[in-house]
Design a protein around this ligand. Structure first.
Ligand SMILES: [Zn+2]
Length: 326
């Protein structure tokens, strides 16, 4: 009896231990599966302009999915979100946009209706307001084209890095490491642009363009900038604008004007005609990328490539002097 009881107790204990062990095993398997799905579920990120999409690619790498909604040659000032964009924006985990009233037709419509407004992050938010260009004629009072100064775009990169690391702490170290490399690339770009700009004699460092998108480039790299259109591409070109700009070009003997890929050439051609009517010849130089990068897969399809293209085009074209007509 005693022996039987002892045997039975051992059996019961064994059974209990077995059940307990199975339970532990099951819990552990569940934990591993949970952790795995947590790391495998990528953040769904949506960016507005292509320069921001490029930052997110560089910092987020293969740990996130990113969709850019404003592509090549598209004007962000005028861009209205499609039904597909609205759906993507609403479903995103994080939205990165420029802010400073650049994407006014997206922020003014979609963001207001979103339940979670905090997921929309303006990459320019971390920039000290004293470093922004005042543009009193533009809505909000600041010039939004900050990406044309690579040192300011580094601030935008830090904002993307910190947001991704905060939202997805498991991959924080990875985002920080990628951002460190990208920031070093941008720092080199900034220094190279300064060196290239310095090759143009100071009196020739005048940049005449279609719309006034290059104010930050001028400020950072030492060019005086004159835009035919204002900050916003919606502005109309008037006869007085054309006449005044033509007189300015002749007075300063500016050899080349630049068209940008986001706005029409018509206005700048009128300026060229007005200069010619006064016996001078001003060229229309290579196109500059203002508010969108070039074709994906080409050098200009990245932020760094686009900036290099712009500074090379400007520096090479401004070396000569305004010519009299033959
Ligand atoms: Zn613009």
């Amino acid at each position: 009896m005693h022996r039987y009881f002892f045997k039975r107790s051992l059996c019961l204990l064994g059974l209990l231990l077995f059940t307990f062990a199975c339970g532990c095993q099951k819990d552990r398997t569940e934990d591993i599966t949970k952790a795995k799905s947590k790391t495998e579920k990528k953040l769904n990120v949506v960016a507005t302009i292509s320069m921001i999409t490029d930052i997110v690619h560089n910092v987020g790498g293969d740990r996130i999915d990113v969709t850019g909604i404003i592509g090549e040659g598209i004007d962000p000032h005028l861009y209205k979100p499609t039904a597909k964009d609205t759906k993507q924006l609403t479903e995103a985990d994080i939205i990165f946009y420029n802010g400073l009233h650049l994407e006014v037709r997206i922020t003014g419509t979609v963001f207001d209706k979103m339940k979670d407004k905090t997921k929309a992050v303006a990459v320019t938010d971390g920039i000290d307001r004293s470093r922004l260009r005042i543009a009193s004629e533009f809505i909000g009072g600041y010039d939004p084209h900050v990406w044309h100064d690579a040192s300011l775009w580094m601030k935008a990169t830090e904002r993307v890095r910190d947001t991704l690391a905060h939202t997805d702490p498991i991959n924080a170290e990875y985002y920080h490491s990628n951002a460190k490399n990208y920031l070093a690339t941008l720092q080199t770009l900034h220094e190279n642009m300064q060196k290239l700009a310095a090759q143009v004699p100071a009196k020739r460092r005048v940049l005449v363009t279609t719309h006034d998108a290059f104010g930050y480039l001028g400020k950072a790299y030492g060019f005086e900038v004159r835009g035919l259109l204002g900050i916003n591409t919606e502005d109309e070109v008037g006869i007085a604008d054309v006449r005044d700009l033509a007189a300015f070009i002749i007075e300063h003997r500016i050899p080349t004007m630049f068209v940008d890929t986001s706005s029409p050439r018509r206005g700048i051609m009128s300026v060229q005609d007005a200069v010619r009517a006064n016996g001078f010849n001003v060229k229309i130089g290579g196109g500059l990328f203002a508010d969108a990068m070039g074709t994906p897969g080409t050098p200009e399809g990245t932020y760094v490539g686009m900036m290099r293209h712009n500074i090379d085009t400007i520096v090479n074209s401004l070396q000569t002097e305004l010519a009299y007509q033959e």
